[in-house]
Design a protein around this ligand. Structure first.
Ligand code: NAD
Length: 250
């Protein structure tokens, strides 16, 4: 069913976005990659996925507008690019706050507003926003991240209602901890903020959240995205799907 479809997956040069792009590609979806990275790594990914690429910096609304213009209409929009910054609120650098808001939240609005008219015209579309367990629950020292992920969940519900009769669905996927560079890179700041060793951060902070005591696999998130794009998921809209090893059940 997905063979004639075209998807833009933001932040797909790494981690969860790459896994979603791979999973959609395996279903025959034409992929447009976006993200940062080394030129030769990106060239390899383009070849692997037979994909187009646009390297727009999603913190810049003008760059997003230019990307959406260049990419043209898409059937599937996966807003996945995101960043983390870990610090107590009184030490949280204002420029980091602005950066997290720009990438994790405002970019989702800018791509969505540009993609929706084409989806409405076709009477079919899928918008998937990678939110987080942090769209449902908080952790200390992640004020900007938690604020943006809660906001993305609210934004997704709102557009799902606006688009409810148009054939376009909008949903969040909310992973718990997935072992990607985003998680690995926050370990040093978490060690500093909490005065813990690397092992203590992994076992006592990260995996402590997940009753399964396992990291979520990027491929599992990819499979969930494929289902949300399927015809069988046509009535799933405005939902926030957890894939968090039981974290938010507690
Ligand atoms: P990652 O760091 O592996 O990948 C982030 C992607 O975003 C990369 O492709 C990167 O190049 C891209 N990116 C970063 N800044 C960008 C910018 N300014 N413009 C364009 N692209 C940019 O991270 P990940 O863990 O795969 O995270 C992907 C999404 O999943 C994020 O929204 C994150 O908040 C969310 N998430 C991750 C986890 C986790 O445990 N890893 C859990 C819940 C939610």
């Amino acid at each position: 069913m997905l063979k004639q479809k075209r998807a833009l997956v933001t932040g797909s040069t790494s981690g969860i976005g790459l896994a979603i792009a791979r999973a959609l590609h395996a279903e025959g979806v034409e992929i447009v990659l976006n993200g940062l990275g080394e030129e030769d790594e990106i060239a390899k990914l383009r070849e692997e996925l037979d994909a187009d690429f646009n390297g727009a910096n999603l913190m810049d609304p003008h760059a997003i507008a230019a990307m959406m213009e260049e990419v043209g209409p898409v059937d599937i929009l996966v807003n996945n690019a995101g960043m983390q910054h870990v610090a107590p609120v009184e030490e949280f650098p204002p420029e980091k706050w602005d950066a997290v808001i720009a990438l994790n939240l405002s970019a989702v609005f800018h791509t969505t507003r540009a993609a929706v008219p084409g989806m409405k015209e076709k009477g079919w579309g899928r918008i998937i926003n990678t939110a987080s367990a942090h769209s449902l629950a908080a952790s200390p020292f992640k004020s900007a991240y938690v604020a943006t992920k809660h906001a993305v969940a609210g934004f997704t519900k709102t557009i799902a209602l606006e688009l409810a009769q148009s054939g376009v669905t909008a949903n969040c996927i909310s992973p718990g901890y997935v072992w990607t560079p985003l998680v690995e890179n926050q370990i040093p700041d978490t060690m500093k903020a909490r005065g813990l060793s690397r092992e203590e951060v992994i076992n006592d902070i990260l995996l402590a959240k997940q009753p399964t005591k396992k990291f979520v696999q990027p491929e599992e998130v990819g499979a969930m995205a494929v289902f949300l794009c399927s015809e069988a998921a046509g009535n799933v809209t405005g939902a926030n799907w957890s894939i968090d090893g039981g974290w938010t059940a507690e």
